[in-house]
Ligand binder design. Structure first.
Ligand code: EPZ
Length: 420
């Protein structure tokens, strides 16, 4: 297994190119199952989760070819309907093949998904939506079995205890594209990745209105065709590099971004004293010596994303004063705190809030990555810590950050990957 070693204390300077969004391309690849013909997806990041999704599609008899950041996807005439445990259990997004499979084939058998260890991740909303469309569902031996003679459009309220669900909205939106009649998803997720998927489906011939709002309407069509699509930039990778610039008091221009997708982070960083300029496809971040503490509460989009909670926590660990970071999406998503404490951070947990007293310096230490975004938070802390930080179990990072060491090195970080 690999580890990442960082010599802290270098200011990041220069330009960085942001990759396509992981959480957009994964459901888009699942959506290609709905088409009768080839789709070409561009701006695809080279990530382990993308390779896993390609393996799942191949298992379902989809022909997939890859050429740099482009993927050619062509479903066979007779698709298979079983997505196996070995692949689906490694990432949550793979559960998104359920909606397209049942919509296209009238049946699907998909393993209950896995993914990052960030607390309970139920699937009840996915199942509620499919039932409302007329599917019969049983769960046996760790698999969700879904069958439906025909799916019929319905009014579905997709609200959970923590609000809307991104992947459930996507799964039901995909299933409804080939259902008979009109589907209305109320309390739909508004994340940019939902909008990107809706654009892709619309190009394929789907009739979708309202994506990006809490009410999405889908009028079912008889068939969909393969199309060409470019994936939106990754707003979580963008946010991670913005915080990397801020934490190292650096000066970084981020390219190939949609600045509006990061407004919640831009607002918080600006309040903390960081200088940020937005351009059409670029964001310029200039760190400052003296930062102010901020309080952050994670919320569904356009609120502050849970996927940047660990990273902003690292920044607040070296910001003088007291900050409170409250997690409203995954109340247990705080495994990074104990590792940050190893580096000298002063944080204590009170329910779903981290109360942080900023320290002058962090000190490099061996730390263990527990999930994708927690790993990113430890790398950020390592960039500014005194001495050497070794981050173990970095395979989590490879699921979601393309060429991380290369991009950070180009900005001046002393970072390298080694065998453990
Ligand atoms: C997506 O997961 C992302 N993953 C996650 O990113 C992200 O943290 C999350 O959305 C929230 O923004 C992908 O897009 C692949 P949810 P998803 O359903 O869709 C509850 C990363 O680091 N819920 O929107 O699975 C759930 O427990 C990953 O890239 C139900 O109650 O998350 C949570 O509290 C980690 N029942 C809330 O909804 C359900 O059936 C939001 O989760 C489903 C979810």
């Amino acid at each position: 297994m690999d580890k990442i070693t960082i010599e802290g204390g270098r200011r990041l300077r220069g330009d960085v190119e942001i990759s396509g969004a992981k959480n957009s391309v994964l459901p888009i690849l699942a959506a290609t199952l709905l088409a009768e013909g080839e789709s070409v997806i561009e701006n695809v990041p080279d990530l382990r989760d993308v390779s896993t999704m390609i393996k799942i599609l191949r298992t379902l008899r989809v022909h997939v070819a890859r050429e740099k950041d482009k993927i050619y996807v062509k479903p066979a005439r007779s698709l298979k309907h079983v997505a196996p445990y070995k692949l689906v259990s490694t990432m949550r997004a793979s559960f998104c093949v359920l909606g397209p499979l049942v919509s296209r084939l009238g049946k699907a058998e998909v393993s209950i998904p896995g993914g990052c260890v960030i607390g309970a991740r139920p699937i009840d909303l996915h199942l509620k939506g499919l039932k409302a469309l007329g599917a019969q569902i049983t769960i046996k031996h760790g698999y969700v079995n879904v069958s439906a003679h025909t799916l019929k459009g319905a009014d579905i309220f997709l609200g959970g205890t923590c609000g809307s669900s991104v992947l459930a909205t996507m799964n039901i939106m995909m299933a409804a594209t080939l259902a008979r009649g009109r589907t209305r998803i109320e309390n739909a997720a508004c994340e940019p990745e939902v909008v990107d998927l809706a654009h892709f489906l619309t190009k394929m011939g789907a009739h979708i209105k309202g994506a990006g709002s809490h009410l999405i309407e889908i009028q079912g069509v008889k068939k969909l065709k393969g199309v060409h699509h470019t994936v939106v930039p990754d707003r979580i990778e963008t946010g991670t590099y913005m915080i990397a610039a801020a934490i190292t008091r650096g000066d970084v221009m981020l390219h190939n971004v949609v600045p509006e997708h990061n407004n919640a982070l831009i607002d918080k960083l600006t309040r903390s004293g960081i200088a940020i300029k937005k351009y059409k496809n670029k964001i310029h971040v200039q760190g400052k010596q003296r930062l102010h503490p901020i309080d952050v509460t994670t919320l569904p989009y356009p609120g502050f994303p849970t996927d940047l909670q660990a990273q902003i926590t690292s920044l607040m660990c070296i910001t003088p004063g007291i900050s409170v970071i409250t997690e409203k999406i995954y109340p247990d998503r705080f495994i990074h705190i104990s590792e940050l404490s190893r580096m000298g951070a002063r944080v204590f947990l009170e329910g779903a809030s981290a109360i942080i007293t900023g320290v002058k310096k962090l000190s490099g230490a061996p730390v263990m990555a527990s999930d994708l975004r927690a790993s990113a938070a430890l790398i950020l802390a390592g960039l500014v810590a005194e001495g050497c930080t070794e981050v173990y179990r970095v395979y989590h990072l490879d699921r979601g950050y393309e060429r991380l060491e290369e991009k950070l090195s180009a900005l001046g970080a002393h970072i390298r990957r080694e065998k453990e």
